[in-house]
Design a protein around this ligand. Structure first.
Ligand SMILES: [Zn+2]
Length: 584
């Protein structure tokens, strides 16, 4: 593979001789010494001119590079079998947290309130499969689907040890209440105490309004988490989402897998609405049969639901459901280290990467340790290298930087959600949130994906640096899958804090077109959330250094700036930001 790891001598010098990025150039030499202290390194196409400054002039000595060797070492450690897949609430997860906390401490990062650990309380729920039942009855017949094969169900309140009840089924289309889009599927109907049936994703944009609900891209209204939240606000007894492979973006097996075994949630937020009594999914076939029991046609209703004139349908079908679960309290922790700002320490930027993975689970090909090397030992390693590098800078940036290795992301962004709910530093003093989930392990690219840069004024920080690093900013490769809502910056965004999620590029230097997409697709098919997401000697770290250069430069630019970037008009999260900043 082209683009070998950056030789150690070219990366991150410590102490007074800081390595700085002074410019980008194409030069025909392998290695050049232009003065005794400066080395120019020839990279495949992108040439980083690295100056080890001691007596040499540097024109824009404004950000240090990360150390590829250091990223490699942390990733190798965290993804080793010794860490048992870093399951939250399990010894491996605790070990990982302690490892990260020890690194923060050794580099002298500040510990908020004297500790690098923020306890994250979780509720672990294990459904008794024998207790889970769901049936639909109407004038056109009765439907009794099979648990796991056709439906999944749980109490909406994770602390409840069960739920049950009979009530009418109301078909609410996409189940969206979006005043800014003049769209309300709950207009003129009272679903309090009823079951609601909801379509997954958001409505397709009509020709007359191609940008409605983000056009082909998914908005937050399309996410299943939103559907349950809205059901709670509407006071529904139960919320049943209809699974449909294409709009969901994943097959039924993913729903089934996600609802098997012990599931974790945060205890209910006392400041939020009471959760719906029951939440679940049914297969497309079950939804079709359930509506047929009321002599209604699913396809007809789905077509109606795509229009603004849609009105929710009281089906007359009676739903009877019950479920019992074993519930236990479990604790995990976010790991936090702070580099205090030199001049404005009470203005914060958070940087997050989740360190948890699935722990030890069902064996696949004889391996039961879910190492989560790419997902997300790699991003955690980058976070560590970033924290180390910034803590080593001679002059701290003006604003404070809060490094957070988040817990229980794989369980539904729980650690990040907990931080956003109970922040260690006020969110209205938090300028921005930057997230890394997946470092580049395959080589340098000439492009990069930065989720959210188009949504807020943070894009003004990203674009010039991407240009300088010769990285073309590419739009989300799969906008219909709603990745912006699926990593740890999102709870910050939802609370109002402008956020970025730094993915890596797909166009690898020296590789044929499509190679990066193939690598990504092969990873998703073979290793995503499987025990085989393991450390490989084939990984290279120059791409991670390059990705890290964008993260570092953008982070430092924000940390040196006195701007308070906001969301662009029309973004889902602007109202929350405006409200919190109004009170500042
Ligand atoms: Zn994951």
């Amino acid at each position: 593979m082209e683009g070998a790891p950056i030789p150690r001598r070219f990366v991150l010098a410590k102490g007074p001789a800081a390595v700085v990025l002074t410019g980008l150039r194409r030069i025909p030499f392998r290695v050049l010494r232009i003065c005794s202290e400066v080395e120019i390194v020839r990279r495949p196409v992108l040439v980083l001119l690295l100056a080890i400054v001691a007596g040499c002039e540097s024109t824009s000595s404004d950000f240090p590079l990360l150390d590829g060797g250091e990223i490699e070492q942390h990733m190798r450690t965290l993804s080793s079998d010794e860490f048992l897949g870093r399951g939250p609430g399990h010894p491996g997860g605790d070990m990982a947290a302690e490892y990260i906390g020890a690194q923060f401490a050794s580099w002298g990062l500040d510990a908020p309130d004297g500790s690098h650990f923020q306890a994250v309380p979780m509720v672990g729920t294990t459904t008794d499969p024998a207790s889970a039942s769901l049936s639909f009855g109407g004038p056109g017949g009765a439907v009794t689907p099979a648990y796991m094969d056709d439906f999944v169900l749980n109490a909406g309140d994770p602390v409840a040890e069960g739920a049950g009840g009979s009530a009418e089924l109301i078909f609410v289309g996409y189940g969206i209440n979006a005043p800014e889009n003049d769209w309300n599927d709950f207009a003129g109907v009272d679903v309090a105490g009823k079951y609601i049936m909801i379509l997954v994703n958001d409505p397709p944009a009509p020709a007359a309004e191609p940008d409605l609900f983000g056009g082909p891209a998914m908005t937050y209204y399309g996410r299943w988490t939103y559907k349950y939240e809205e059901a709670a606000r509407q006071g529904a007894l139960g919320a049943i989402i209809v699974h449909d492979t294409e709009p969901a973006g994943y097959p039924w097996s993913v729903v089934r897998g996600g609802w098997s075994g012990e599931q974790f949630a945060l205890p209910p937020d006392p400041s939020g609405p009471t959760p719906a009594g029951m939440v679940g999914w049914v297969s497309l076939d079950v939804a079709t049969e359930a509506l047929a029991a009321a002599n209604l046609d699913f396809e007809d209703l789905m077509a109606q639901a795509a229009g603004r004139e849609f009105a929710a349908v009281e089906t007359g079908v009676i739903v009877t459901a019950s479920v019992e679960s074993a519930v236990r309290e479990v604790e995990t922790m976010n790991v936090v280290g702070v580099v205090a700002g030199a001049t404005r320490p009470d203005e914060y930027i958070t940087v997050s990467a989740h360190y948890d993975h699935f722990g030890v689970g069902e064996a696949i090909h004889g391996d039961s340790i879910y190492n989560g090397a790419y997902d997300n030992a790699s991003g955690t390693a980058m976070l560590l290298s970033l924290a180390h590098t910034i803590s080593n800078m001679e002059t701290a940036p003006d604003r404070s930087i809060v490094f957070i290795a988040t817990a229980a992301e794989e369980q539904g962004l729980l650690g990040a959600q907990w931080y956003a709910q109970t922040p260690l530093f006020p969110l209205n003093q938090t300028v921005a949130e930057l997230n890394v989930d997946g470092a580049n392990l395959w080589g340098e690219t000439d492009d990069i994906i930065v989720q959210g840069e188009e949504r807020s004024e943070l894009g003004l920080f990203v674009r010039p640096r991407a240009g300088e690093l010769q990285l073309t900013i590419m739009p989300d490769a799969e906008p219909e899958k709603g990745f912006f809502f699926r990593s740890d910056h999102f709870p910050f965004a939802k609370a109002g804090v402008p956020s970025l999620y730094f993915e890596h590029g797909r166009s690898y230097l020296g590789k044929p077109e499509g190679w990066g997409n193939d690598v990504q697709a092969a990873y998703t098919a073979n290793h995503y959330h499987a025990p085989s997401d393991e450390y490989s000697e084939d990984f290279v770290f120059d791409g991670a250094v390059q990705q890290g250069a964008l993260v570092t430069s953008v982070l430092l630019d924000i940390a040196r700036s006195d701007l308070w970037p906001n969301w662009h008009a029309g973004q889902e999260f602007k109202a929350a930001r405006d409200a919190m900043m109004g009170g500042r």
